[in-house]
Design a protein around this ligand. Structure first.
Ligand SMILES: [Zn+2]
Length: 105
């Protein structure tokens, strides 16, 4: 393992359809959908799994309307925007490395 902070997500056919990062605020993965046919949801990715950069911010709104996670990813660091509902808002952190923890999936 070489400290990857972005993992490919695959569909039923094994095609990569997005990239997942671990969110230290939500303690779960968030997925950048990577559909080349969709100019709205197509994210620019620099291809660096160790130090990923995505060209557009991600907004996650949970089933609970009060849960809001809004962030950007730049060179392996995650910056939470001020409108997040969690205490990490306004902070910049290193993205967790996949496989660093033995629990979860
Ligand atoms: Zn989150």
């Amino acid at each position: 393992m070489s400290g990857e902070r972005a993992m490919p997500a695959v569909d039923e056919d094994g095609e990569i359809n997005g990239w997942v990062i671990l969110c230290p605020a939500c303690q779960c993965g968030h997925k950048f959908e990577n559909d080349a046919n969709d100019s709205v949801n197509g994210w620019g990715f620099n291809g660096n799994k160790a130090l990923p950069t995505f060209t557009a911010p991600m907004l996650i709104e949970g089933d609970d309307e009060h849960h809001r996670c809004h962030f950007t990813i730049d060179a392996g660091r995650i910056t939470f925007l001020e409108d997040c509902s969690h205490p990490f808002r306004g902070m910049t952190l290193d993205l967790p490395v996949f496989g660093a923890k033995t629990d979860g999936h």
